[in-house]
Design a protein around this ligand. Structure first.
Ligand code: FAD
Length: 133
């Protein structure tokens, strides 16, 4: 498993299950750069993010999961301030850097993206808006 950070961010039980599985080894602080089919093998070129050194991994197959991308394109060219990962920065009241634009749910920069946190964001934004206008 190739992982960009120096530690895993899943829940502790999932991490322990993974570490207990002898078939899985983790390459920390690496990112895939190229996938190539050679014969019946998949060759993944990976970059060590610290040293920038490239190396190859040979496998029978590759499962790609690179996370999520915030769908901010719906907002057109006038985007509010975004964090480094492309999520909208909203303050405590869910206000963005654009006047009268609020943002809630998975599209905003936050630690936990769950249904309950999205719903709570919506409540906060609605109450903030009702006080403002
Ligand atoms: C695989 C998976 C499993 C999950 N499991 C859980 C779980 O067990 N428990 C939990 O609490 N959370 C879970 N989540 C997270 C949860 O689904 C999200 O946090 C939550 O749905 C966020 O709500 P949202 O309204 O911000 O976004 P969404 O639910 O993504 O809603 C956004 C909506 O906007 C629509 N949309 C997009 N573009 C446009 C457009 N241009 N015009 C009109 N509509 C548009 C989309 O079709 C969508 O319906 C899971 C997420 C995933 C991906």
């Amino acid at each position: 498993m190739v992982h960009q950070f120096d530690k895993l961010t899943a829940n502790q039980t999932a991490i322990e299950n993974l570490q207990a599985n002898e078939k899985i080894s983790v390459m920390y602080e690496h990112e895939p750069r190229k996938f190539e089919k050679r014969g019946d093998k998949m060759i993944t070129t990976v970059e060590n993010l610290k040293t920038k050194e490239l190396s190859e991994l040979e496998a029978d197959g590759v499962f790609v999961f690179i996370g999520f991308k915030a769908n901010v394109s719906v907002l057109g060219d006038t985007l509010p301030a975004l964090d480094n990962w492309g999520y909208i920065i909203a303050d405590e009241d869910k206000k963005t850097s654009l006047p009268d634009v609020y943002a809630v749910g998975d599209i905003i920069s936050k630690k936990y993206r769950q249904i309950t946190t999205a719903v709570a964001d919506g409540t906060i934004a609605a109450m903030s808006i009702s006080k403002e206008f």
